[in-house]
Design a protein around this ligand. Sequence first.
Ligand code: LR7
Length: 581
Amino acid sequence: MALYWRRIKLKSIFLLFGACFVGYLLFMRNSSDSMSSTRRRDAPGPQDPETDEEFLTKPVYEKPPLDVNGLGELGRAVKLDLQGEDKKKEQESIDKHQINIYVSDKISLHRRLSERRNPLCKEVKYDYRSLPTTSVVIAFYNEAWSTLLRTVHSVLETSPDILLKEIILVDDYSDRAHLKAPLEAYISGWRKVRLIRANKREGLVRARLLGASISTGDVLTFLDCHCECHTGWLEPLLQRIKEEPSAVVCPVIDVIDWNTFQYLGNAGEPQIGGFDWRLVFTWHVVPPYEQQRRRSPIDVIRSPTMAGGLFAVKKDYFLYLGTYDTGMEVWGGENLEFSFRIWQCGGTLEVHPCSHVGHIFPKKAPYSRSKALSNSVRAAEVWMDDYKNLYYHRNPHARLEAFGDVTARLQLRQKLGCKSFKWFLDTIYPDLSVPEDRPGMFGMLKNRGMTNYCFDYNPPNDILVSGERIILYSCHGMGQNQFFEFTSAGEIQYNTRAPEGCAAVDNVSTYLTVMHCSGHLKPVPPDQKFEFRKDGTLFHPGSNKCLEAVSKTDNGKPAPGLRTCSDSANQHWVFEERIVR
Ligand code: LR7
C-alpha cells in the first residue's frame, strides 16, 4: 500500500511537472505569437528570418510573368502603323481623352517599367515593421479604363502588402458608362481596393478629401488617376515621414508620353517646383545651396512648391494643417496654396529622389479649367500678403474674379501662427526674383501713335525661347503676354518668371527679341539696356536709336523697331494698367 502511494505520488509529481512544462511551452508560443502579431499588423506570414524580408516586401499582388515582347513593356514607346478605321479610332480616343487611349488599351495593365532610380536607392534597408501604413487616394473624373486600372494595378503590384492599408478610388461624378457597373464588377472582391462616389462634381480638392475622410492608414498618399508606380516608390516616402512627421513628400514625377506611352523618366537629376508671378507652377533644377545642404544624392530635396498630384503626408499632420481649401473648385491653384501653407506654417515640402512615379501629361486639358483663376486668387488672398499685387498686376482680370469667402482660411493662418510670405520668399525660394513694379513702370506697354497697339510676346509652348521677336498686338488688358516692366537697371522685362526674359536688340534686323535677362550681371549689357525718358521715348544707348512702332515689318506684322530718334508719336510709349472688359 505504501509502495502504491509512493508510485501515485511519483506519478503526480511527473504529471505536474509535465503539465507545467507543456503550459510553459504553450505560454511561450502564445506570447511570441501575440508579440509578432502586433508587429505584423495581422498580416499572416512566416516566422523564418530567412524568408522574412521576402514576406515584408511582398506586394499586395504579384505582377504576372513578364512578356518581354509585350507592347510598351519596360516603358518602351508604342508606335503603331495604323490605317483607315483603326487610325480613325486612335484619333477619336485622343480627341476624347487628350491621351492616346487606343495605344494604352493595347498595353498590359501590369506592364513593368525600366529602372530609373539612383543605384544607391536599392541599397537602403527599411525596417518595414516600424514604417507607418498608408491609404492611397486616387480621385478620378471621366478617366479612361486602361489608364485608371493601370494606375490601380501598379499601386497594388509595387506596394508592400504590410504598408498599404487600402486604395481609395473616388469617382468625382463621372458620367461615362465604363466607370459605373463595369468598374464595380472588375474590382469586386479585390483586397484593399475601395470605391466611393461623389454625388455631385466636387472637383479634385473635395474629391480627394472625400477619400481621405474614410481612410484608415497613418499616411495619406495622393495620386492622379493616370500614373504608374515604379518598384520601391512607397518605402522612401513612408520612411521620410516616419523620420519627420511634418514633412510632406513627393515622388520624382517621371513623364509617360501621352501618345506612345514611352516611360521617359526625368531627365538627369530630379527637379523641384517653383512658380512665377502669374502663379503658374514651374519646374527648376536643384539650386546649388540645396545641393550643398544634402549629404548624399539620395537625400530628400527641399522644394518651394509641388506640382500637386502626387504626394504623401501624415494624416494627422494634414488635418493639423487644415487639409485643403474646400472653396477651391475643379482644378488648379490648390498645389501652390498647399505648398505655401506647408512652408509658412512650419512643415517642409520635399522630393524624394528614390521614389519614382510615372505620370501621363495629357496633350491638353480634357475638361474645362476655368475655375483655376478663382482658386489662385484664394491662394493669393490668404497666403501672399502684399505680394499678391505682383500677381494681380500680371493678371488684371483676377481682381474681378468672385473668389468666395476666405475668412476661415485666414483664421486658420492666424491659429497656426504661420509665417509671412516674405519669410517664404527669403528663406525657401530666394531664387525667385521679386519684381520691382514701380508705379507707372509696368503693365501694357502702349504706343501713342499706333494707339491701341501694345508690346506682345507669345513664347512658343509657353517656354521662354531666346531669339523670338516681340511684336505689337492690339492691347487686350489681360496682362500675361502683354505684361512688361521697366526695371531700375534699364531693362524691358517680360512678365517676370524664371528665368526672366528681357527685350534685347537683335543687331541684324533692328527689332526686339526676348533673351534671358542678364541684368543681374550688372551693368546690364548694351543689347538689353534702355532708357525710358520723361517724354515717353524708349532710347537704346547702344545704337543711339529710339524704339518706334513699325506698322509693317519684314514679315508683314507690326513690331517695335529701332529707328533714328524723332518726335513721331510712334516713338512715344506709356505703361498702362487697365482691365479691358
Ligand atoms: O474635377 C475634377 N475632379 C477630379 O477628380 C478634376 C480632376 N480630378 C482628378 C483627375 O481625374 C486626376 O486624377 O484630379 C486629378 C488631377 O487632374 P488632372 O490629371 O486633370 O490634372 P493635371 O495632372 O493636369 O494637374 C496637376 O495640377 C493640378 C492642379 O489642380 C493637380 O494638382 C494635379 O494633381 C496635378 N498633377 C500633377 O501634379 C502630376 C504632375 C503634373 C505636373 C506638373
